[in-house]
Design a protein around this ligand. Structure first.
Ligand SMILES: Nc1ncnc2c1ncn2[C@@H]1O[C@H](COP(=O)(O)OP(=O)(O)OP(=O)(O)O)[C@@H](O)[C@H]1O
Length: 304
């Protein structure tokens, strides 16, 4: 008998998941899973809950929440030898990862249907300084705006909140002096930000890392070198269409390992949350987690 554990964040998004819970449980039961659930109680609780579920032999963990909840569930199991499969029901404010694996957003029952008709696929995740990430990591003042946006504002206006906060911060953004080693190459100089990404859709910029693949063992590394305000606005506009990658201020390349050594104090951003201070070495863990992806996405991944 297959066993599934649903770990859901009751505060996520518009708190819409709970009313669907009986239907969700029933659908997983009908599909042959003996299913139970756990509502997270505070920040970090999904890490513990996921680890316990893995240790108790659940075959599938279903994370219901936003990117923050999936990140925690992954952090709970990524270090274990025997890792259950993961599935995602996206009900958060930002659901970049669910979008990347083809799970429909903001429709709980459709998401469940997609999971149950989908396939497990081995997907890369990232590791840095003992922590794991699923979408993106980065550093530089500009990346800090993701956690300076108050969550109430996030829920109310979604992605727009990031842009507004970004506009407000722009004039105060200072470059930072760094050394970045990536797969044997070295960049040394002042940067506005660097990003190490696993998926191509980041904070509403769907073409920020246009070449990223979910299962090739490589990050997309993007470095934005020192730029003035006018240059920065021009590059951000290009980035909306994915046309930023040939700009002279940008380094955009694939890398399996990225080591960042900072001269100035620099915070690490992991999947949009504060992840401690840099320096750090980012390692791509090749096909480390089995995620249930949509049938369409499974076909695309097989063809890549
Ligand atoms: N019971 C709880 N009370 C308060 N916070 C919680 C609770 N359970 C989980 N959390 C925290 O809420 C954070 C955000 O959750 P999550 O990502 O699921 O939803 P979101 O905020 O709607 O979406 P996103 O993070 O994608 O913007 C998580 O990082 C988690 O630590």
């Amino acid at each position: 008998m297959q066993r599934a554990r649903i770990i859901y964040n009751p505060t996520s998004g518009r708190e819409a998941f709970k009313k669907h819970l009986p239907d969700v449980l029933q659908k997983f039961e009908q599909a042959g899973y003996e299913t139970s659930c756990h509502a997270t109680t505070c920040e970090g609780d999904a890490i513990d809950a996921a680890r316990k579920a893995a240790e108790r032999g659940f075959n599938l963990i279903v994370a219901a929440g936003g990117d923050g909840t999936i990140n925690e569930v992954v952090n709970g199991i990524a270090g274990l030898e025997n890792r259950p499969k993961l599935a995602v029901i996206p009900v958060g404010t930002t659901n970049d990862f669910a979008r990347a694996i083809g799970i429909p957003l903001n429709n709980v029952l459709q998401a469940v249907e997609t999971i149950l008709t989908g396939e497990p696929k081995k997907i890369d995740i990232g590791q840095v300084n003992g922590q794991y990430f699923i979408n993106i990591a980065g550093g530089g003042r500009l990346t800090e705006l993701t956690y300076e946006v108050p969550s109430k504002l996030k829920t109310m206006v979604g992605q727009l909140a990031y842009y507004l906060k970004g506009m407000e911060m722009l004039p105060s953004i200072r470059p930072a002096e760094v050394k970045i080693e990536y797969d044997g190459k070295l960049f040394e100089g002042e940067i506005m930000l660097f990003l190490v990404s696993l998926t191509n859709s980041v904070g509403g910029f769907e073409k920020l890392a246009p070449d990223s693949s979910l299962n090739d063992g490589m990050f997309d590394l993007l470095i934005l070198k020192k730029a003035n305000l006018a240059e920065f606005i021009r590059i951000a506009t290009l980035a909306l269409r994915g046309d930023h990658i040939n700009d002279e201020h940008i380094i955009y390349t694939k890398a399996n390992r990225v080591k960042v050594i900072n001269q100035d104090k620099m915070q690490l951003n992991l999947d949009g949350e504060y992840g401690g201070l840099l320096p750090g070495e980012f390692v791509n863990l090749y096909q480390h987690i089995d995620f249930m992806v949509s049938a369409d996405k499974a076909r695309v991944l097989e063809e890549e």
